[in-house]
Write a protein that binds this ligand. Structure first.
Ligand code: PHE
Length: 338
């Protein structure tokens, strides 16, 4: 019987050694180690032995069992390693192949100007406010002190969808909307956004453009506060050496009103001025319509053309470049200012 056990052990180890894959290894395991397997059969044979012989033989059978288990375990590891290596080999990647090329976009120059303005004014305690582009006549004109038959409406002809709705002609209606929303509380906002006017497109005009409105309402504001805000903006945008010039002007919603020019060095070395925005102290009627007592609160407002700023800043010769999405133009502004 010992002979038989030895033979069984040798056979098992040989078969394990020769096994090529996990399924055949498992077949071997079942053949020897399962409940009705060869090793269990040998255990059953114990009964045929005398009391004295049993312990020694039992121990032998156990040793054989352990050897087979160990051999199967080791063989299993070996087969798995080989399979892993095969998979790694098959899935190898060639890191020297050229990769896909991803093009990195940039922020549109007009958005760069808007972000730049937001950075400055948010730092000065302003909030950013927005309003609809399809606007009510009431907010676009009447709340801005331009009654239905006001002649100044002619300066801002627009696109109407019906008698009362139009594409807003300026960002000023956001002033009215914010004043009503704040219900008499002091406020500081800037409002960037698209505006529309009936205009023939040419190198300096576009029927659609972008403005950024500013509005501050507080107690004890004077014209000096407006001038300070404007100078800060101009120097932030164009550099600390710039000065501004205020020329008296007219807007129905501000009184007094000014046009603001910014200084630049002309080719011959002398100083010139270019108009960049309109501004003024908020008209008492506009304050009143917005829910503020003009005896208690003062306000100032300004409206700047974003394209104007970008044109001056980057020396652009045609406003239409901003809208045609030509990458040769746009890619020149990647990383400027940021
Ligand atoms: N809304 C004016 C325009 O579009 C600009 C402006 C805004 C002027 C605020 C004064 C105060 O022409």
């Amino acid at each position: 019987m010992i002979e038989h056990l030895k033979k069984l052990n040798e056979d098992a180890l040989n078969r394990i050694k020769d096994a090529l894959d996990l399924p055949s290894l498992d077949t071997i395991r079942v053949f020897y180690l399962s409940k009705k397997g060869e090793v269990s059969l040998m255990m059953g044979k114990l009964r045929e032995l005398s009391q004295e012989e049993r312990p020694a033989f039992g121990q032998k059978v156990n040793e054989v069992k352990e050897q087979i288990e160990l051999a199967i375990y080791e063989k299993k590891q070996a087969i798995e390693n080989v399979e892993l290596l095969k998979t790694l080999e098959a899935e190898q990647i060639d890191v020297t192949l050229p990769g896909y090329q991803f093009y990195q976009g940039g922020v549109h120059p007009l958005n760069q100007v808007i972000e730049d303005l937001e950075d400055l004014f948010v730092g000065l305690g302003y909030e950013v406010a927005e309003g609809p582009e399809l606007e009510n006549d009431h907010y676009n004109f009447e709340m801005m002190n331009l009654a239905k038959d006001h002649p100044a409406r002619a300066m801002q002809d627009s696109f109407y969808t019906d008698e009362n709705m139009l594409l807003r002609t300026h960002t000023s209606p956001v002033q009215a909307r914010t004043m009503l929303a704040k219900k008499g509380e002091p406020l500081r906002i800037i409002c960037p956004g698209k505006v529309y006017r009936r205009d023939s497109d040419d190198p300096t005009h576009s029927h659609q453009f972008i403005q950024t409105e500013g509005l501050v309402i507080e107690k004890g504001l004077s014209f000096a506060n407006l001038k300070d805000a404007l100078l800060k903006m101009v120097r932030h945008l164009f550099g600390p050496e710039r000065v501004i010039r205020l020329r008296p002007s007219y807007f129905p919603f501000t009184e007094p009103s000014v046009e603001v020019d910014v200084s630049y060095i002309k080719k011959d070395g002398t100083i010139g001025y270019i108009e960049i925005l309109g501004a003024g102290q908020v008209h008492p009627d506009v304050l009143r319509m917005g829910g503020y007592d003009p005896e208690v609160y003062q306000g100032f407002a300004f409206g700047v053309g974003v394209e104007r700023i970008a044109i001056l800043k980057y020396n652009i010769d045609d406003i239409r470049h901003f809208y045609t999405n030509d990458l040769r133009f746009l890619s020149q502004f990647k990383g400027i200012n940021r």
